[in-house]
Write a protein that binds this ligand. Structure first.
Ligand SMILES: Cc1ncc(COP(=O)(O)O)c(C=O)c1O
Length: 409
């Protein structure tokens, strides 16, 4: 375990892009006594959270809740809809898209990986990790698939390893333009409840999400939002599944129960999270994250460091990837910042290890925690001798001062 320089006082700054800081209100809700998961009180809780989570996914169709991390829900989406040897088209926007493809391969599927292949002077080793899904590449590939061998298209809505989002509606339009029958499977593990997401309207067949990001819960539950086509595909899909099988869960969920022991206390937390999101209103939640993200980007720009996302149209409202100058070990910098200021930042993943760090702006944060986060980064970079063009803290403060929160309608 990393040792801090002194005994920490005050709150730890958990500014990684998930798990996000959990509001006290949710922690208190989760501390209620665990109840009988077959009793009447539980059935009411189950029905309530199942109805509430559908509103967050913006779907009228079933949402399955698993007592598992997001990786489990990734697996569930694949094993319920596909059969061994099926071809799946996966678009690599970052480390999480790459890990999902690895999981597909291990399940006996045949993933084909697309990715932007242009030149990038800042990150020549990972040009596709700075841009969102290019829907036209998916359309071109599907046009060539005249035998309709591709059974599913897998994309990540908010790539947590990079801070880049993707236009899911554009991917659906690309599939429809070809009239291709492949299912659209979307990972919105870190997008849901922070970034605009519309399962039904955007034509997703399965949307995967997790508890520990925009829903502001600890890790431990994850989701599959379904479409009627996905439920249909389940009937002919033959990959082995038992724990992940949707059919029994959807059936028992009709009365608010699960075929196995659900995560009761996380469901208490989910109920509280849904109440908080509903009272604020999803549109305001999204605007709040956009505003935080813009202030953090103003800070990074003032430092003179590149933002990892190279396309302003798809900046993530959830996190910002910061590329450190060549020769600077971003992980050594993160370690220094943690030791000196009790602030956790996200590490560079996969092929970007040591080249960047990630600032999470989600969960139980506010303007001041984000200004303080930037202050921790700025002090750390000064201590590490990294030359900065200006003060990111001043830039973020100026952004917040000149962009007040819009009054409630
Ligand atoms: C976009 C994305 N996909 C998948 C995962 C994997 O989820 P988990 O770590 O909860 O298994 C994560 C985790 O951070 C993620 O951000």
């Amino acid at each position: 375990m990393l040792k801090l320089d002194s005994h920490p006082t005050g709150r730890h700054f958990l500014q990684i892009p998930g798990p996000s800081p959990v509001p006290d209100r949710i922690l208190r809700a989760m501390s209620l006594p665990t109840i009988d998961h077959r009793g009447p009180e539980f059935g009411a809780l189950g029905l309530q959270v199942l109805a509430g989570i559908r509103e967050v996914f913006k779907t009228k169709h079933p949402v399955v809740i698993y007592p598992a991390s997001g990786t489990g829900a990734w697996e569930a989406a694949l094993v319920n809809t596909l059969s061994a040897g099926d071809e799946v088209l996966m678009y690599e926007t970052g480390q999480f898209a790459a890990l999902w493809a690895k999981l597909a391969l291990r399940l006996g599927l045949k993933p084909e990986i697309l990715g932007w292949a242009g030149e990038d002077a800042v990150l020549p080793q990972a040009p596709n990790w700075r841009r969102g899904v290019q829907a036209d590449m998916i359309e071109a590939r599907l046009r060539k698939d005249t035998d309709k061998k591709i059974k599913a298209i897998c994309v990540v809505h908010n790539e947590t390893s990079t801070g880049v989002t993707s236009d899911i509606a554009a991917v659906r339009r690309a599939i429809d333009a070809v009239g291709h029958p492949a299912l659209l499977l979307v990972d919105s593990i870190s997008g849901l409840a922070s970034a605009d997401y519309r399962h039904d309207e955007w034509g997703a067949d399965v949307t995967i999400s997790g508890s520990q990001k925009g829903l502001m819960l600890p890790p431990g539950i994850s989701f599959n939002a379904l479409s009627p086509r996905a439920l249909d595909a389940m009937k002919s899909a033959t990959l082995p599944r038992s724990f992940w099988a949707w059919d029994e869960i959807v059936e028992m969920n009709k009365d608010g129960y699960w075929p196995y022991t659900p995560n009761t206390n996380l469901l208490y937390g989910l109920s509280e999270s849904l109440a908080m999101l509903k009272s604020e209103g999803l549109e305001r939640v999204f605007a709040r994250h956009q505003r935080w993200a813009a202030a953090v980007r103003a800070g990074v720009t003032a430092w003179g460091l590149p933002i990892q996302c190279a396309d302003p149209a798809v900046y993530s409202p959830v996190l910002t990837g910061v590329i450190t100058p060549l020769g600077v070990d971003a992980d050594a910098l993160r370690k220094l910042i943690h030791q000196r200021f009790d602030l956790s930042l996200g590490t560079g993943l996969g092929k970007l290890k040591g080249r960047m760090f990630r600032i999470g702006h989600l969960g139980d944060s506010n303007d001041l925690t984000l200004v303080a986060t930037l202050a921790g980064c700025e002090m750390g970079m000064q201590l590490a001798g990294i030359p900065l063009a200006g003060s990111g803290v001043q830039a973020a403060m100026a952004h917040f001062a000149t962009h007040p929160v819009a009054a409630a309608a």
